[in-house]
Design a protein around this ligand. Structure first.
Ligand code: SF4
Length: 413
């Protein structure tokens, strides 16, 4: 979401004849887009601000702004020695005015902001497209509803216009975005409805969506995925915990049984579904038995990949009031063990691809040679041989490096 927001900000600035430069030293102003979802993200952003102290001393006229959720959640940042202004997530339309006027302080936000009529200029064949902002759920550990506000769904015609504009500018892969994307609803159009409409744009070769909430997925979603060849058979479905007791304390609104049943139904309709998840370890009050249940579920479900984190307390959330926080040592040991279990599964799944031929869309250059490709079920494949970005090939997987499949081109599709 922040990447997409950065593209919105860039579009707003380039429209006003500002220029992009490659280093802070060349800039007249520096904007840092920040995330508050975990303590670690905040620490990194503060580290980045501290690293700009030398620049600000040398060139005090350089304007430095903090954007995003930290601008909303940590108003005291305005007292940081390098910070001139704070721009929370729904304030970006005021940014240009603010920079031109060299104003300090907190930029006011717009109510109901959706950045609907701003069409980002893509610089790649893959692009994000936000269809909702904010979230109406208050999971007890999550800061998003406080920092990004309540759920707003963008009108379908604006979404289609932006998707068509992206395609016109060379985009072949679109990822629809929303904090809880399945909650999308606009005048009778729900998430499967809007997915169907966007999938109808035939120039889109791959259509993905992020992030799904297990509570909100209707079974018709899997049917839409199966019916449309350009919708990637990939689902990111945060589990967070497999202990019903912890899920209840997290206020997630489903049980592990609901979750398993959804996964089974999805895999029945889409047998090659790639399934990834988020898991939050060490939630306050998590006992050994709760942790074991999560490990058992991970072994049973066999996610293709998991994004695993240790709980960190977020100010103003409900769980910040819980007084049964775990010791860091326990959280870290559990996280380490979970990562080991998941890595083994990820590696086994990658090795199972060896010898297979997959249709792969080449999306970018790979850092260590070759190109990055994506299969029809969202697997990242390194493609060797002469491959053009934006073209699709049948690729034979002939080796696995860690858990990254590497393949050779058999033919262009
Ligand atoms: S659904 Fe997601 S974004 Fe919304 S409160 Fe829960 S964790 Fe946060």
């Amino acid at each position: 979401m922040n990447k997409y927001d950065s593209d919105i900000i860039k579009t707003l600035l380039l429209d006003e004849d500002f220029e992009d430069v490659s280093t802070p030293e060349e800039a007249n102003f520096v904007l840092i887009n920040t995330c508050s979802v975990r303590e670690h993200a905040e620490k990194r952003a503060i580290g980045r601000l501290n690293s700009l102290k030398g620049l600000k001393n040398k060139k005090p006229e350089v304007i430095i702004g903090v954007l995003g959720c930290m601008a909303k959640e940590l108003p005291d940042l305005i007292n940081h020695p390098v910070v001139d202004f704070l721009a929370p997530p729904d304030s970006y339309r005021n940014l240009v005015k603010w920079i031109k006027a060299k104003k300090n302080g907190l930029i006011p936000e717009y109510k109901n902001e959706q950045y609907s009529n701003i069409f980002i200029s893509p610089n790649n064949i893959s692009s994000y497209l936000s269809i909702t902002r904010g979230c109406n759920y208050f999971c007890s550990y999550c800061i998003v509803p406080y920092s990004r506000g309540y759920l707003r769904s963008r009108p379908p015609n604006e979404i289609i216009k932006e998707a068509e504009n992206l395609v016109k500018n060379g985009v072949r892969e679109i990822t629809l975005l929303g904090q809880n994307i399945n909650a999308y609803y606009y005048k009778g159009v729900d998430f499967p409805g809007i997915l169907k409409k966007v999938a109808g744009i035939k120039e889109i070769e791959r259509l993905n969506f992020l992030t799904s909430h297990p509570k909100d997925i209707p079974l018709s979603l899997f049917d839409v995925m199966a019916e449309h060849k350009n919708v990637t058979n990939y689902l990111h479905l945060p589990l967070q915990s497999a202990s019903n007791r912890i899920l209840m304390r997290m206020r997630r609104g489903y049980t592990i049984q609901d979750y398993m049943s959804l996964v089974n139904k999805g895999r029945k309709i889409l047998p090659d579904l790639t399934l990834t998840t988020d898991i939050l370890i060490g939630f306050p009050g998590e006992k050994d038995e709760d942790f074991k249940e999560t490990i058992m579920a991970v072994k049973k479900i066999r996610f293709d990949q998991s994004y695993m984190f240790a709980y960190s307390e977020r100010k103003s959330t409900l769980s910040a009031l819980f007084n049964d926080n775990l010791e860091e040592r326990i959280k870290n040991n559990r996280l380490r063990y979970l990562i080991e279990v998941q890595n083994e599964i990820t590696e086994e799944k990658a090795h199972a691809l060896k010898g297979k031929e997959l249709e792969v869309l080449v999306v970018d250059k790979a850092k260590k040679g070759g190109k990055i490709g994506k299969s029809k079920n969202g697997k990242i494949i390194i493609v060797n041989g002469v491959a053009k970005i934006g073209s699709s090939y049948i690729v034979k997987i002939n080796r696995i490096n860690g858990w990254v499949p590497i393949g050779e081109i058999k033919k262009e599709v």
